[in-house]
Design a protein. Structure first.
Length: 564
């Protein structure tokens, strides 16, 4: 089978007439970047190529961690740390990350959340779709380009493994839609459990059989730390200067909880949703679903004192946690002390800020929705997730529950010229290159109440509309200035109307990013323009699969869920 053409980064660039004049990025000119590129450059159309390659070398090992002082528990660590190391690159850089699996009894694979993987679909890091897992004792080097700028995270996509520590932040430095003095980096927010993610996943499955909610989280961590309910542990602490503006990159890397964040007494100016720059909008609080990101600017314009930064489970989204996330923000001139600040009111909505407009306006063809829209209903069904296994109640999306086979990834089916796939793979076709895909995700009747953060790999989607109850033809849709991002919320008993253009050939997963839901089959995958896919190196691909097949013959743990 002939392999696809080599990755040509220039193939995505528009004509030079769309380039922006040169300007220098600084405190008062964050819109600028490099010659020909600025915040006005829509990176889905055009992006720079720096010629620089940023390299990382990560070892994943079995270990223990104790992020909130409650006590050591089993973790899986990248370079012996939790959270994992920061992946930082400049817009247009090439990236090489060598991942060495030093764990005894787990495969792995690293997904670069929200990274478009333009022309590099084999680097998406999803075992069972884009690759076979990395077997214990083996390694894989991921290679891709930072065609976007902004904030995100990486995580294992090997079942619920990331909940035990295989997770870390991503920053692709670039321009911004508002000015600021200092970049504080990422604030990773996560629910935390004193049992392993695998144990909680099993408990969640047991509870689902009885129509009961998953176990609540035990704590919420901010950048990998917090005090626990008994007073042990440490708060994350930040020092700020009066009159300065600070960029903060908020990332929900959790397994279950929607998290509401706020800084007492200070409003936040949202400048990006996921990787997409937005027109600035000021808010008091933000509700962030798992997988979602917001870049915000906080101005130090209050009385010099100590203030609580709060991260709490959103009850409006039906999230539950036994404790609260807290950090201390102190003005440089204030005497360090426990804050006595007052919280902003809790949001009663499970939704993104409104209005939330992308900085680059792009209209979606409106006449096609009614004719081309396909519905995916969220539901509950009974099925076997593994051949010969128990018949269990699981989540489904579009009249089917997803389950993959690690040793037979979808990419391999396509490489070998197949155009049909096992039914549990839940493969859906897309429009031909250049065409628009329209999907309506609808909460079905008689399903558990949680909201769902829906994430699409390989694309940002356009949110044409969302609402409560059942969608109907009179429901308002926005085709002119729709919000654009890669993770969006379907509310309780609600609906979400999405569109994306077929412009990135590959194999792309779309799923609920609550870890327990995708592990129970809540997902589908798109095979987009298979005849145009730029395949990974075939020899390396098959060697990685051969390595995992050999490991799987004697693996201590066998797959007992969707695998995702």
């Amino acid at each position: 089978m002939r392999l696809g053409a080599a990755f040509d980064p220039t193939s995505s660039t528009a004509s030079s007439s769309t380039a922006n004049s040169a300007c220098t990025n600084g405190h008062s000119s964050r819109n600028c970047w490099s010659e020909g590129y600025s915040v006005d450059t829509d990176f889905d159309i055009e992006f720079p190529t720096t010629g620089n390659t940023v390299k990382y070398y990560w070892k994943i090992t079995n270990g223990t961690c104790n992020p909130d002082g409650h006590g050591e528990r089993i973790c899986m660590l990248i370079n012996d740390q939790y959270p994992g190391p920061l992946l930082r690159a400049t817009w247009g850089d090439f990236i090489e990350v060598t991942v060495v699996n030093k764990m005894q009894d787990n495969g792995t694979g690293i997904h670069w959340h929200g990274v478009r993987q333009y022309h590099t679909p084999g680097q998406d890091g999803v075992p069972g779709l884009s690759e076979c897992p990395i077997a214990p004792g083996k390694q894989k080097t991921y290679r891709f380009q930072a065609t976007q700028f902004g904030s995100s995270w990486y995580h294992s996509h090997y079942s619920v493994q990331y909940g035990d520590g295989v997770v870390g932040p991503i920053i692709f430095d670039g321009p911004a839609t508002a000015n600021y003095n200092y970049d504080l980096g990422t604030y990773l927010l996560t629910d935390w459990y004193y049992q392993t993610a695998w144990a909680i996943d099993n408990l969640t499955s047991q509870n689902l059989q009885e129509n009961q909610p998953p176990p609540p989280g035990d704590n919420i961590l901010i950048n990998g730390t917090n005090k626990n309910a008994d007073g042990g542990g440490e708060y994350n602490q930040v020092t700020i200067q009066s009159g300065k503006r600070y960029r903060l990159r908020l990332v929900n890397v959790g397994e279950d909880n929607f998290i509401q964040v706020s800084l007492d007494g200070h409003r936040m100016e949202v400048i990006a949703a996921d990787f997409v720059p937005t027109k600035p909008v000021t808010v008091e609080t933000l509700v962030i679903g798992t997988g979602q990101r917001y870049d915000v600017i906080i101005t130090a314009n209050q009385t010099a004192d100590n203030y609580w930064f709060r991260a709490n489970a959103s009850t409006a989204c039906y999230s539950a946690n036994n404790f609260q996330g807290l950090a201390i923000w102190s003005y440089e001139s204030a005497t360090k002390d426990t804050p006595h600040s007052t919280a902003w009111p809790q949001s009663s909505e499970c939704a993104a800020p409104s209005p939330l407009e992308p900085y680059w306006p792009q209209a979606v063809p409106s006449g096609d929705f009614a004719n081309l829209e396909k519905e995916l209903e969220i539901g509950i069904t009974k099925t076997q997730q593994v051949p010969g296994g128990d018949t269990l109640t699981v989540w489904e999306l579009g009249n089917g529950s997803m389950s993959i086979v690690y040793t037979d990834p979808t990419m391999e089916y396509i490489m070998e010229g197949n155009s049909s796939y096992p039914e549990p793979y839940r493969v859906l076709p897309t429009m031909s290159l250049g065409g628009w895909n329209y999907w309506l995700i609808q909460q079905g009747p008689n399903v558990p109440p949680p909201a769902h953060p829906i994430h699409l790999h390989g694309h940002d989607f356009f949110i044409l509309g969302q609402g409560d109850g059942q969608y109907n033809s009179s429901s308002p849709l926005n085709y002119e200035t729709p919000t654009r991002r890669d993770t969006a919320i379907v509310g309780h008993e609600g609906w979400l109307a999405l569109a994306f253009r077929s412009d990135n050939p590959g194999v792309w997963l779309m799923h609920c990013h609550i870890a327990w839901h995708i592990s129970e089959g809540f997902g589908v995958q798109f095979v987009e323009a298979p005849e145009h896919i730029n395949f990974p190196d075939r020899t390396q691909f098959h060697q990685e699969c051969s390595d995992y097949q050999e490991y799987a013959k004697t693996a201590y743990y066998t797959k007992d869920n969707s695998g995702l």
